[in-house]
Design a binder for this molecule. Structure first.
Ligand SMILES: *Cc1c(COP(=O)(O)O)cnc(C)c1O
Length: 397
């Protein structure tokens, strides 16, 4: 997955352009730029690559999710439905706005179970956030149907699945708003960065202003611009955008490598009758950033996870025992351990979480191993890894 593995001359050249003209900021300083607008160019590239009307770069994937929600008017006291299995960024982005994260079970797609989503809807629900975890996606048709029926926003966190598709559409472009992360370990990296994509011009305009202190970006005198509403600073720098501009042009190259390495591993593991794979919804194609598989039970998954480490097989994650990606270990959220006072609405909303059980999610995450697919492996390395993985799994079941 990490695009940094293939960092090279293209990235160096784009960064050098920025250093040569010295304009590290994405807005203003038109005269000094010598025609280089790296953030703007990357936004255009994202629009083309994912076939959407608008793209707004921001400083991180977490910022992208928060800006997306804010742009669509989600705020204090609103409930946002999100999965139990995701990165902590999901609830951070929600609580930052004063909104309430409502966690619901995942299914064998490893993201939102549409039935669990529908059951969690209340009069306060404003949005459903599907997190396209580990290179694949939720049942987007079913989720869209639920959202349309209840008049809810559908926000897609596609941070881990850039390049995946559903019925020919890019992940991130299916919901009302989609989010990407370009942090250092993502398939396309800027070092740090993120983006919101949308076909709704109003949301885009909001995201554009909100992420830059409310600047309306009219004319070429920043000081004279107006501020139609309150904003924050979630800007990306021109240096970061330059790296991303080189990387986005290489996305199809990266995806092809991911698919090749994924296929080698999957073919080897498929020979073990006890191994099953995550469900990819009909019409979906993964980005192949991870190979996700299930072992028969928690014990065998723990044994395999330990075995992989001992055998030197790295980047295989057993998220059940991981502090960052699964609700089981999110005690700081359950206990609302905040540095500063949190709104009563959030406290109240999170109260039920402290003793809530998610048996259905446990059923999948306890048995799941997510094997990251690297871009730098040689063919021999992938073959050797596949053989080792098969050996470890066979000894664990
Ligand atoms: C990485 C990631 C984020 C956050 O992105 P940052 O750029 O690190 O803030 C959000 N959601 C998911 C699913 C991620 O994997």
């Amino acid at each position: 997955m990490p695009g940094f593995e293939r960092f090279g001359d293209q990235e160096r050249q784009e960064v050098q352009d920025v250093l040569d003209n010295g304009v590290l900021m994405r807005y203003g300083f038109d005269g000094m730029r010598n025609g280089h607008w790296k953030a703007k160019s990357l936004e255009e590239a994202l629009q083309q690559t994912f076939n959407v009307k608008h793209a707004q770069l921001v400083s991180s994937g977490t910022a992208a999710v928060s800006v997306a929600l804010a742009a669509a008017g989600v705020g204090a006291g609103d409930e946002v439905i999100m999965p139990t299995f995701t990165f902590v960024a999901s609830f951070e982005a929600i609580t930052m706005l004063g909104a309430i994260p409502v966690l619901v079970d995942i299914d064998d797609t490893l993201t939102l179970d549409p039935k669990a989503v529908e059951a969690a809807i209340t009069p306060k629900t404003k949005a459903v956030m599907v997190v396209q975890m580990c290179g694949s996606m939720g049942d987007m048709n079913a989720l869209k149907t639920v959202c349309d029926k209840h008049n809810l926003l559908l926000v897609e966190d596609a941070c881990q699945a850039i390049g995946g598709t559903y019925n020919g559409k890019a992940l991130g472009s299916i919901g009302d708003l989609g989010c990407f992360s370009f942090d250092f370990v993502k398939t396309v990296t800027c070092g740090e960065g993120g983006a919101v994509i949308t076909n709704t011009t109003e949301y885009y305009t909001h995201a554009d202003h909100y992420s830059d202190h409310g600047h309306d970006h009219v004319g070429n005198d920043r000081g004279a611009e107006t501020h139609p509403f309150l904003g924050y600073n979630f800007r990306i720098s021109e240096l970061h955008a330059a790296v991303g501009l080189a990387q986005i042009k290489r996305l199809s190259e990266f995806l092809a490598v991911q698919k090749k390495n994924y296929t080698t591993l999957r073919t080897a593991l498929a020979d073990i009758p006890e191994v099953t794979f995550r469900t990819v919804p009909e019409g979906g194609e993964e980005s192949y950033a991870f190979l996700n598989f299930f072992l028969p039970d928690l014990e065998s998954a723990r044994k395999a996870s330990k075995g992989f480490k001992e055998a030197g097989v790295d980047v295989c994650f057993h998220y059940y025992d991981n502090n960052w990606h699964y609700v089981r270990k999110w005690d700081h959220l359950k206990d609302v351990k905040s540095l500063y006072p949190v709104s009563p609405a959030i406290k109240e909303g999170l109260k039920t979480l402290s003793n809530k059980t998610f048996t259905q999610s446990d059923h999948y995450i306890a048995r799941n191993i997510s094997a990251l697919i690297k871009l730098s492996w040689t063919e021999e390395e992938v073959a050797a890894r596949a053989a080792k993985m098969v050996e470890v799994i066979k000894a664990s079941i």
